[in-house]
Ligand binder design. Structure first.
Ligand code: ADP
Length: 744
């Protein structure tokens, strides 16, 4: 009898000693013998049926008593290294296919009655069947589909499928050929525990395994226990090894009587199995099995090249996505994330993701199925603290960043690229939880019920168990995904750098140019003014009134040009000043500025209003003085004649419940200068900040160069703040500014 298997062994499949079950399947007979004397030491209990002698008549006897001299000679030769696996043996007047290996120091001969199948004609047909799938294959899945069809017509199994293992040893049925009466298992997922580790180890070692009749009682070995070792003969390499009760239960749940599996071993690793099932017992002849084994080896080789081809096709496809996505970006820098998000499908296709997020500073832009904006911002904050080299990926985000467990449905998988080492700028791709994207291949409406005996070794129960095992896990990110986003990051950073460089270059060039021009023209202009002055003094009388007027005009123009040059010089200097940050009492500062412009204010009869005391803030006092001065001068200048004029200085505090979109930080003060002057038409609200832009002739409203607001805005932006206007023509204008934050 079989050694007893405890309940504990059954529940702990991983520990089930399937190689020491001590029995064989009844379609063959086993003889184990010592060498070199060839004395029989262990036999299977069915020697009487197969060889015409009971075990007692064989044990301790020389093999020569069972085999005729010709077969004995074949066997003796086969035992010399290198040991062949199979020999043709005659015994008790019948022919057998003999499989030979060594175990526990004994020679082990397994004999199966020879079948007529395997004649030369059949062999040719087999070769054709074997090779056709390899020739027809289109892509890895096409190849596997062709293989299951070939194996099925070769063996006549009711169902043949390819079962592929993933990195965690969970399995998936990726190709299937079946009789219409068999359940459809294509696309079915199984947890790793369905094929425990020690079974996988055996599958790697013995690549083909047949269970001809799952219901047939196993044939025990005699003696059951090897006296020297105190345990049954190790049957790891025996083709006839009987089936583990757990596996039998599994087959019963599938309503399968015969099964065969052929391992697909790739670079020494079990990649998958060709699994065959039959409703009734099926004894596949040894030659056919061998043909299937050869096919499996060829398939693995072919698979590698099919996969290489499909990987490069996939990479090419992704590269196309990338260029479609990135090339149009070159035009416009400010709108980069917006432009990317408009191409949402390409962006997601790039990484095979269900959702994406673009974080370029400011609010995240979301594409597809993603966590909420707040969740994405929190995630980016967490990511910013992770150390990684350009890209980051996980298929189990919830385990690394616990809040993500709450949105596992959309983002169990995260692939991120960082665009800037100094700022938390990212592109993120999300993948949903795998268990939610994969559905039960059979009828999803049927409830999942474990099979009898509370076993979960039933496809439906297996599926449920698999779903449970992979909770919170997304499909893994592949090498192609990674390669693509690394390339994309490179392209994107390239675009960003080009923009930054172009901007920096044009600013720097303009500044250098205008600085030099302003400086170089200053002296000649001063010279012209002086010369004209002397000329008027000395020769004025002689020139007559017309000549004098022309010279005056020359002096005025030169003076104006000089003012413009001074402004340009100041503007370009403002682009490169080092701010002298300090704490400033804004009220005091404004009072000082008002003193310096008081003459202008009085002259224009402008009333100054400061309804509440201004706060203390951090800024560069000299530069901000300049800003206030410009705003006050303008407020004084741009009035209709005659009205009562006023200008109000005020601020919006963070405590005032007023929303200011330009405010960068919630705790930022917004200062303003409001007047009841002529106002500015809406279409000029931006233009007036351009250099030398005036809305009025130079001499109107007291004149100006049109540089004041451009310089003021530059100084405010240097602080990290913003300067803008709200105005209604005929009613007045309000100029607002913020001050940003002192860099630490
Ligand atoms: P300018 O030296 O001409 O005052 P600015 O750059 O200071 O140059 O202003 C640009 C233009 O914006 C001005 O020419 C004027 O038309 C308009 N402007 C500026 N401030 C005001 C204001 N408070 N009210 C009406 N218009 C204004």
């Amino acid at each position: 009898m079989l050694p007893p298997i405890s309940e504990a062994d059954l529940s702990q499949c991983e520990r089930e000693p399937i190689h020491l079950l001590g029995g064989i399947q009844p379609h063959g007979v086993l003889l184990a013998f010592s060498e070199p004397d060839l004395t029989v030491k262990v036999v299977s209990a069915n020697t009487q049926e197969m060889l015409g002698r009971p075990p007692e008549a064989l044990l301790g006897r020389p093999l020569g008593e069972v085999l005729p001299p010709s077969s004995l000679a074949i066997l003796t030769r086969a035992l010399l290294p290198p040991t062949p696996e199979r020999v043709r043996i005659e015994a008790a007047g019948r022919f057998f296919v003999g499989l030979l290996h060594r175990s526990d120091g004994l020679g082990v001969l397994e004999l199966e009655p020879f079948s007529e199948v395997g004649s030369e004609e059949d062999a040719l047909a087999m070769v054709e069947l074997l090779l056709s799938p390899l020739a027809r294959a289109q892509g890895p899945l096409g190849l596997l589909q062709a293989v299951v069809e070939a194996v099925r017509s070769l063996t006549l199994f009711d169902r043949v499928m390819v079962y592929r293992f993933d990195a965690d040893w969970h399995g998936e049925v990726v190709a299937e050929s079946r009789d219409v009466t068999m359940d459809d298992l294509l696309g079915q997922h199984f947890p790793a525990s369905d094929i425990p580790a020690q079974a996988r180890a055996l599958y790697t070692r013995n690549t083909l395994r047949l269970i001809a009749d799952a219901r047939a009682a196993p044939v025990p070995l005699v003696p059951a226990i090897l006296p020297d070792l105190g345990r049954p003969l190790d049957l790891s390499d025996a083709a006839l090894r009987s089936v583990s009760p757990v596996h039998l239960e599994y087959l019963a749940n599938l309503r399968v009587s015969a099964s065969m599996s052929i391992s697909l071993v790739r670079e020494g690793e079990l990649w998958g199995l060709i699994a065959c099932h039959h409703r009734t017992p099926l004894l596949v002849p040894a030659a056919t099995r061998r043909a299937c084994d050869v096919l499996a080896r060829l398939v693995v080789l072919q698979l590698a090249s099919e996969e290489r081809a499909s990987v490069s096709a996939e990479l090419a496809r992704r590269a196309r996505f990338q260029s479609e996505l990135v090339e149009p970006l070159s035009a416009e820098a400010g709108t980069l994330p917006v432009a990317l998000s408009r191409q949402g499908e390409l962006l997601l296709g790039l990484a095979g993701a269900g959702g994406g997020a673009l974080l370029f500073g400011g609010a995240p832009i979301l594409v597809g199925a993603t966590p909420s904006a707040d969740e994405v911002v929190a995630l980016a904050g967490w990511l910013a603290g992770q150390h990684f080299d350009g890209t980051f990926h996980t298929a189990r985000l919830g385990q690394l960043h616990p809040p993500a467990a709450g949105y596992a449905d959309v983002a169990s998988g995260l692939l991120a690229v960082r665009l800037d080492a100094t700022a938390p700028h990212f592109v993120l791709w999300f993948r949903p939880e795998m268990a939610r994207t994969v559905t039960w291949a059979g009828n999803p409406q049927k409830p999942v019920v474990p099979g009898p005996g509370a076993s979960r070794l039933h496809p439906r129960a297996s599926f449920a168990a698999w779903q449970e095992t992979v909770r919170g896990t997304s499909l893994p990110w592949t090498a192609e995904d990674m390669a693509t986003v690394v390339g994309f990051r490179g392209a994107l950073v390239g675009v960003l750098l080009r923009h930054a460089a172009a901007l920096a270059r044009s600013n720097a060039e303009l500044d250098a140019f205008s600085g030099t021009v302003a400086h170089d023209l200053k002296e000649p202009l001063r010279g012209i003014q002086q010369y004209v002055g002397f000329l008027l003094e000395d020769q004025g009388e002689a020139l007559g009134p017309d000549g004098r007027q022309q010279l005056e005009e020359v002096r005025r123009l030169a003076g104006r040009t000089q003012n413009q040059m001074d402004a340009l010089f100041e503007y370009s200097r403002a682009g490169c000043v080092e701010l002298a940050w300090g704490e400033v009492d804004m009220h005091e500062l404004v009072d000082e500025v008002l003193l310096t412009v008081s003459a202008r204010l009085r002259e224009n009869q402008v009333e100054v209003r400061i309804p509440r005391g201004l706060p203390r803030v951090e800024c560069d006092r000299v530069r901000i003085q300049q800003v206030w001065a410009n705003l006050f001068t303008n407020a004084a200048k741009y009035h209709q004649p005659g009205e009562p004029r006023w200008v109000e200085v005020g601020f919006i505090s963070p405590a005032d419940a007023v929303s200011v979109p330009a405010r960068r930080r919630p705790d930022e003060y917004v200062f303003f200068v409001r007047d009841n002057g002529i106002g500015i038409p809406e279409q000029f609200h931006e233009n007036i900040f351009e250099m030398f832009r005036r809305l009025h002739p130079a001499h109107a409203y007291g004149g100006g160069t049109g540089a004041g607001l451009a310089i003021a805005r530059r100084l405010v932006r240097l602080h990290g703040g913003e300067l803008w206007v709200e105005s209604t023509p005929g009613q007045g204008s309000t100029f607002f500014f913020t001050l940003g934050e002192r860099p630490r």
